[in-house]
Ligand binder design. Structure first.
Ligand SMILES: [Zn+2]
Length: 231
């Protein structure tokens, strides 16, 4: 069965990609360049993950400055501060992003004869409103109706905590592969490598590894590179 994975090069979508390979479905991957700060790194690691997953066909969709025109989210404006405050969505929340992503994915999937789209969105206490089970069910229904054909969105990580996702990855990969794959994922909303340590994505990733009681292989890779750097 062919499945289209929405890939950002982050931990969650990467695990989804490898799971699709593991279940012996045929994966295709879709990457969105939507003007996000981290697009260069996300693209680099998405390509790397497609390689590690055995040579997955990866399509890049370039959306140019569409979101810069329509939103003042700090995710797509370098000049805006990345802020989080109690009771408010972080300034990197990008309204309607996932609705647009799923719609574009549906168009591409239809052309490729694929009826299943796989996404790494998760619903937790701190989720964005467009990563919830309710949102997923709604957009899946709307797109199925709008396409007039069979259409399913699979969200294999929905309901897991970030620590749960790290543990799931640990269970799924053999140890060397776990390090290889996870040290080649990137998550920073500011587009910094390895991490900025303060944006919602970096904090969530750190919480995940802490929750699983593990060191982040990405940080370990950078520590090693620093130690072995010639003076
Ligand atoms: Zn960050």
């Amino acid at each position: 069965m062919k499945k289209l994975v929405l890939l950002s090069g982050g931990l969650d979508s990467t695990l989804c990609l490898h799971k699709v390979v593991g279940e012996e479905s045929t994966p295709f991957a879709l990457f969105f360049d939507y003007g996000q700060r981290g697009r260069a790194l996300e693209w680099k690691y998405s390509r790397k993950q497609c390689e590690l997953a055995g040579g997955v066909e990866l399509k890049e969709v370039r959306m140019g400055d569409l979101f810069q025109q329509l939103s003042d989210s700090a995710l797509v404006h370098v000049g805006k501060r990345v802020e989080m405050s109690e009771g408010h969505l972080p300034s990197v929340f990008l309204p309607a992003r996932n609705a647009i992503f799923f719609s574009l994915a549906a168009a591409y999937a239809s052309m490729k004869g694929i009826s299943t789209v796989v996404s790494g969105i998760v619903e937790t206490q701190f989720s964005y409103p467009d990563t919830t089970q309710d949102f997923k069910d709604s957009i899946e229904g709307a797109l199925r109706t709008g396409l007039g054909e069979s259409f399913t969105i699979e969200t294999p990580l929905m309901g897991l905590s970030k620590g749960g996702i790290v543990k799931e990855a640990l269970k799924f990969f053999e140890p060397t592969k776990f390090i290889k794959v996870l040290s080649n994922t990137v998550s920073c909303d500011k587009g910094l490598e390895p991490v900025c340590g303060e944006c919602p994505s970096c904090l969530s990733r750190a919480t995940g590894f802490r929750g699983a009681g593990l060191l982040d292989p990405l940080l370990e890779k950078f520590k090693r590179a620093l130690i072995s750097r010639p003076q």
